[in-house]
Write a protein that binds this ligand. Structure first.
Ligand SMILES: *Cc1c(COP(=O)(O)O)cnc(C)c1O
Length: 434
C-alpha cells in the first residue's frame, strides 16, 4: 500500500516509511493512495468473525504485502487482547466502551499497533528509533505502555509540569527500561513546540533516528477503524439507521470511522462532539474555519482548537455539502458535561467520564425527534482517570482498577527541563550511553 502527502500528491511512500516518518517531507499528513471496499458478505456477517479476524480484514489493504498474514495477525493479537463491550444506556442509545486496555483510554489500540509494527520492521535492522511524544496525559501513557520493551525503540515523553493528573503522571514516569520521561516547566503547547523543534533539528536527527507517535501517524490512526466494526458486530441489527457520536479533539478517531464507512460499513451519520473548543461546529454552520485560543476543560484530552486530522476528513468528503449531509458537530461546555454525568448516573446507573459525557450529549442532540436511528457514542476513557471531576459530583468513590493500583506505589522517575537546548543536550548524552 502506498501513501501520499495531503500537501502534494507526487511522492508516494510505503507503509513502513509512512510509519517511520510520521509526517511527509513536505510537512503534509499521509493518506492512503487507494481505498478498496470490503466484501458485502463480510460486512453483513461480522458476528461470525473473531475481533482479530475482523481487524485483519479491515487493516490488511493498508499494509499490503509489507507484513505477511501470520505476522500481521500476531501484531493484532498483541494489540487487541481485551474487550470492547457495547452497553445499553437508554432506548436506542448505546455506548461502546473503549477503555478496557492497559492505560484505560482508547489510545491503547493505536499506540500498541504502531509499537508492534515498528518492532516488526526493526527485526531486520540494528538501528535504534527514538520515539518522541508530547502529551497532555493519555497519549504519553498509551505510547509508553505500548512501546515498553519493543526492540529497537527508545521512547522520550514530554509532559507539562502540574498539568497532568496524579494517575496520568504515574503512568508516564514509572515504566523505566526503554521509556524516559521529561517534566517540562511549561504547558502542553511548550512540549509540542520542543517536539517540533527536535524534528527540524538536523544535528539532533543525525544522532537519533526520530519518529513521532502523535495521532497523525498512520499506524496510530488507522487501527481506530476497528471500533466501528466491533460496534456493528455487537449490534447485529440492520433495520435502523446508525449514527456514531465520537468525542473529538484532534479528530483522528472520527476520521478513522469515516474510513470504515468508505470500506462499506453501514453508517448513516457521524456526530463529532466537542467541548468548548468548537472550531468544527462553528465551521459547519458558517463555512468559516477559524480556530480560537485553546480553552482548558474537564475533558482535557479534547482541548484542541486546530484539529490536525480535519484535513483528512476534508479529503474523505470532497465537498462541503457532502460533508454536511453525513457529518454533524456540536459543542458542549463543562456545566452541560457535568450535568450529563449526573443525569446518566441517576437515570441509567452508568458512570460516564467527561469525554464520554460530551459524546452522549452530541448523540442526544442529534437523535432529538428521530425514531428511525439507533445511536452509539464512544466512551473513550475510564472515569477513574478523571475521578477528581466525578466522585464529588456523584457523591461516590470509584473503585480503582488493578492496573492503576499497581503503579500508585511506584516511584516517579523523570528529568526536569525548561528549555529545548537542555533537552537536546540530555538526549545526545543518553544516546551516546546506548
Ligand atoms: C485523545 C482523546 C480523545 C480525542 O480523540 P481524537 O482522535 O483526538 O479526536 C477523546 N477522549 C479521550 C479520553 C482521549 O484520550
Amino acid at each position: 500500500m502506498f501513501y501520499r502527502s495531503l500537501k502534494s500528491s507526487s511522492k508516494l511512500v510505503n507503509f513502513e516509511e509512512a510509519v517511520k516518518k510520521g509526517l511527509a517531507e513536505d510537512g503534509g499528513l499521509f493518506f492512503p493512495q487507494k481505498i478498496k471496499k470490503l466484501k458485502k458478505e463480510f460486512i453483513e456477517n461480522l458476528e461470525k468473525f473473531s475481533n482479530i479476524d475482523i481487524a485483519y480484514e479491515v487493516i490488511k489493504q493498508f499494509i499490503g504485502n509489507e507484513i505477511n498474514e501470520n505476522d500481521l495477525k500476531n501484531i493484532l493479537t498483541k494489540t487487541i487482547d481485551y474487550d470492547f463491550p457495547l452497553v445499553d444506556i437508554e432506548k436506542n442509545v448505546k455506548t461502546l466502551e473503549l477503555f478496557h486496555g492497559p492505560t484505560l483510554a482508547f489510545k491503547d489500540v493505536g499506540a500498541r499497533f504502531m509499537a508492534n509494527c515498528l518492532g516488526h520492521f526493526n527485526k531486520k535492522s540494528n538501528k535504534l528509533n527514538t520515539v518522541l511524544v508530547a502529551t497532555s496525559g493519555d497519549t504519553g501513557a498509551a505510547v509508553a505502555n505500548g512501546f515498553l520493551d519493543v526492540k529497537g525503540t527508545n521512547v522520550v515523553i514530554l509532559y507539562p509540569k502540574n498539568m497532568v493528573s496524579e494517575i496520568q503522571e504515574k503512568q508516564l514516569t514509572t515504566n523505566k527500561k526503554n521509556i524516559t520521561a521529561f517534566r517540562v516547566n511549561g504547558t502542553f503547547d511548550d512540549c509540542q513546540q520542543m517536539v517540533k523543534k527536535a524534528f527540524t533539528d538536523k544535528e539532533l536527527n543525525n544522532e537519533l533516528n526520530l519518529t513521532s507517535a502523535n495521532s497523525i501517524n498512520v499506524a496510530r490512526w488507522l487501527p481506530q477503524m476497528f471500533y466501528y466494526f466491533f460496534a456493528i458486530k455487537h449490534l447485529k441489527t440492520f433495520n435502523k439507521k446508525i449514527v456514531f457520536s465520537v468525542p473529538s479533539g484532534n479528530f483522528g478517531n472520527i476520521c478513522a470511522g469515516a474510513i470504515a464507512m468508505k470500506l462499506g460499513l453501514p453508517v448513516d451519520q457521524f456526530v463529532a462532539s466537542t467541548n468548548s473548543n468548537d472550531t468544527i461546529p462553528r465551521y459547519l454552520s458558517s463555512k468559516n474555519y477559524k480556530p480560537k485560543k485553546t480553552i482548558p476543560t474537564i475533558s482535557n484530552a479534547m482541548d484542541v482548537s486546530n484539529p490536525s486530522n480535519f484535513i483528512r476528513i476534508e479529503e474523505i468528503y470532497q465537498d462541503f455539502n457532502e460533508l454536511k449531509n453525513n457529518f454533524s458537530s456540536y459543542s458542549f461546555d463543562d456545566d452541560k458535561t457535568i450535568n450529563a454525568v449526573k443525569s446518566v448516573y441517576k437515570n441509567s446507573n452508568y458512570i460516564l467520564d467527561p469525554h464520554g459525557a460530551v459524546g452522549y450529549l452530541g448523540l442526544k442532540k442529534f437523535l432529538a425527534n428521530k425514531t428511525d436511528f439507533i445511536g452509539i457514542f464512544l466512551e473513550t476513557a475510564h472515569p477513574i482517570k478523571f475521578s477528581n471531576h466525578i466522585e464529588n459530583k456523584l457523591n461516590l468513590k470509584l473503585k480503582i482498577p488493578n492496573s492503576i493500583s499497581k503503579i500508585l506505589t511506584k516511584e516517579k522517575i523523570f528529568t526536569d527541563v525548561s528549555t529545548y537546548s537542555d533537552l537536546k543536550k540530555i538526549l545526545i548524552i543518553n544516546q551516546k550511553k546506548n
